[in-house]
Design a protein around this ligand. Structure first.
Ligand code: SF4
Length: 368
């Protein structure tokens, strides 16, 4: 069935050997008739930046490439580091890049050399990797997400990969799937039974940040409404306040956003929250400011920190963390919370406690 897409799609490329895959069939049946489809020998050609385009990264987001993934699907979260108090997240890379366009998105640097939106025809091979992980893990529980190098649901209306994932994870006691999104693309989810094994998480920002910086995403109100709908359908839900952006009325706006969230989603039904400050390497900062020269949220008070990233001036960042953490604690003292890409000292300052080891946090979040 042809679908009306929420995102622009200029072209589809299908790598040789993928044309008969279930994924290619689904995509080609769903895209509008006027989107040109080209068969190519090597997907890397179509994934590269378009030479001569005024915004090669933006143009890449509008090209969909169906390819075979030749490297493992499962890996530790690339944001993880021994310098940070990490959350033990495992990343399943089933797609690369995202049709939405947040001005601060780290993919502008990470995927600068291959910006096309890629989906992997052999994605079901990832299930073998996950079964091998479980077979060797002796009773451990893992939280596995697909939303690190792509939004988990952005093109789900044409790939329907969420259905395969939910089928797989709903039958695995020691795995929790996290679908991370800024969309309200939940139609496939509502047709499935997650059996308690699937968590859907939304990144939330105040309306003013959504308008200035989160282009083509669903509005914060639409994300919260979608969270309520999947909660009622048996999914667990979580929320990421990341990046937290410090601007003159930020504290007021984030508290209003939390009130709006808690009016719709009861605090005792939130599996966890995460927070992370705006952080950009010099290369990302240059790329972001070049692509979005009028976004004031990219020009706050930041300093170059020891890990080589520009971060919001520490007192501003810590004050925002504490304000949000206290608001959630007031709503329910038992909502698990963690910080993304922050050292243990910041964690202690915000939560008044030493963070647990990444693997322990990962297991707790997978079960919560
Ligand atoms: S929704 Fe996420 S992945 Fe997509 S552009 Fe925004 S930050 Fe990047």
């Amino acid at each position: 069935m042809k679908r009306e897409l929420k995102f622009d799609l200029d072209a589809v490329f299908v790598e040789d050997g993928c044309a008969d895959s279930a994924l290619a069939t689904r995509v080609l049946q769903s895209i509008p008739r006027d989107v040109p489809v080209t068969h190519i020998a090597d997907a890397r050609e179509a994934a590269r930046p378009e030479s001569g385009a005024p915004d090669p990264f933006g143009a890449g987001k509008r090209r969909l490439v169906i390819a075979r993934r030749k490297t493992p699907f499962l890996m530790p979260c690339p944001a993880g580091s021994s310098k940070f108090a990490c959350c033990g997240y495992l990343v399943l890379t089933l797609a690369s890049n995202c049709p939405m366009d947040c001005s601060y998105c780290f993919l502008q640097e990470y995927l600068a050399d291959n910006p096309a939106f890629q989906v992997y025809a052999n994605f079901a091979d990832s299930f073998d990797e996950l079964d091998r992980l479980c077979a060797n893990a002796h009773g451990r529980t893992f939280r596995v997400g697909t939303g690190e190098l792509a939004d988990s649901l952005a093109f789900d209306s044409i790939t329907s990969i969420s259905r395969d994932l939910i089928d797989f994870f709903s039958a695995r006691e020691n795995l929790t799937l996290e679908l991370k999104t800024k969309t309200d693309e939940i139609e496939n989810l509502l047709a499935m039974d997650p059996r308690g094994r699937v968590l859907v998480s939304w990144t939330l920002s105040p309306d003013v940040v959504y308008r200035s910086s989160e282009h083509l995403t669903a509005s914060p109100a639409a994300r919260i409404a979608a969270a309520r709908a999947v909660l009622d359908a048996g999914y667990r839900v979580a929320f990421h306040f990341d990046p937290l952006i410090a601007y003159p009325d930020a504290e007021r706006d984030y508290l209003l956003l939390i009130d709006e969230l808690l009016d719709v989603v009861p605090p005792n039904q939130i599996s966890f929250i995460s927070m992370g400050g705006l952080r950009m390497t010099p290369r990302l900062r240059g790329a972001a400011r070049g692509r979005f020269p009028n976004d004031p949220k990219l020009c706050g008070e930041d300093v170059l920190s020891a890990d080589g990233r520009f971060r919001t001036f520490t007192p501003l960042r810590l004050s925002l963390y504490r304000t949000l953490a206290e608001r959630f604690k007031k709503a329910s003292a038992t909502i698990p919370a963690y910080l993304c890409m922050e050292p243990a000292s910041v964690h202690e300052h915000v939560f008044g406690a030493t963070p647990a080891r990444p693997a322990t946090i990962g297991e707790r979040l997978a079960r919560s």
